[in-house]
Ligand binder design. Structure first.
Ligand code: CA
Length: 226
């Protein structure tokens, strides 16, 4: 999970919040708390992930979730005391990314948070971490694989960062040329091929950059090992 990622905990129960917040902080997450739906609504835009208690004093968690979804794709993990299947279905229908039912174990909750963050990818301003066999720190502009720094040129780094940020999606040759070389000149695209080749050589097995013939490139996340 991204270092310094901010979690908004929307929870009216102080005892639960008091137990949960130190556990989140220990995982190097920043935590903000809202104790009702109104303040959750006011604060979610700052968050990288919302941990949402479904039973809130001023407004149903489901309706808060729908309201957030109208304006944001921020990941939401619902915490529900209701074990009934119908409420879980309703929560998923309202756009939550995952849920845990109370009482939950902290380990399970953390694993769900991690899984959701992996699925949705990371936000633009934080270091991008190991969904791949390497870590790319966008701020420090460093790449490490198996604990060893991988030395990349500026262009190689920019190229790799674009592929990482696409989160497994296709990045077109045009977009790469435009972003990395600031040119749409097709004749320059040989340069792109050369850079992809050197990136592949430098990263080896930790980054399987795929060629999408005629279109561009994509960098699929590694298969998860269970
Ligand atoms: Ca509650």
């Amino acid at each position: 999970m991204g270092f310094g990622m901010k979690v908004l905990l929307v929870e009216d129960d102080d005892r639960i919040a008091d137990a949960l917040i130190p556990a989140l902080l220990k995982r190097n997450l920043q935590v903000d708390r809202a104790s009702d739906a109104a303040s959750g609504m006011a604060k979610f835009a700052e968050a990288d992930l919302v941990l949402l208690d479904m039973g809130l004093p001023d407004r149903d968690g489901l309706s808060l979730c729908r309201a957030i979804r109208e304006v944001s794709t921020v990941p939401i993990v619902a915490v529900t005391a209701r074990r009934e299947e119908s409420s879980i279905v309703a929560a998923l229908g309202a756009g939550v990314d995952d849920y845990v039912t109370k009482p939950y174990s902290l380990a399970v909750l953390m694993a769900r948070i991690d899984a959701v963050m992996r699925r949705v990818g990371h936000h633009a301003n934080e270091p991008v971490h190991a969904v791949f066999g390497f870590e790319l720190d966008a701020e420090a502009r460093q790449v490490t694989a198996e604990g060893e720094p991988v030395l990349l040129t500026r262009k190689e780094f920019d190229l790799l960062e674009m592929l990482v940020r696409a989160n497994g999606g296709l990045v077109t040759r045009e977009a790469l040329m435009q972003q990395v070389w600031d040119t749409a000149w097709v004749g320059a695209s040989r340069t792109l091929d050369v850079h992809v080749a050197t990136l592949r050589a430098k990263l080896g097995d930790v980054a399987a950059i795929e060629t999408v013939r005629g279109f561009g490139y994509r960098l699929p996340a590694l298969e998860e090992e269970d």
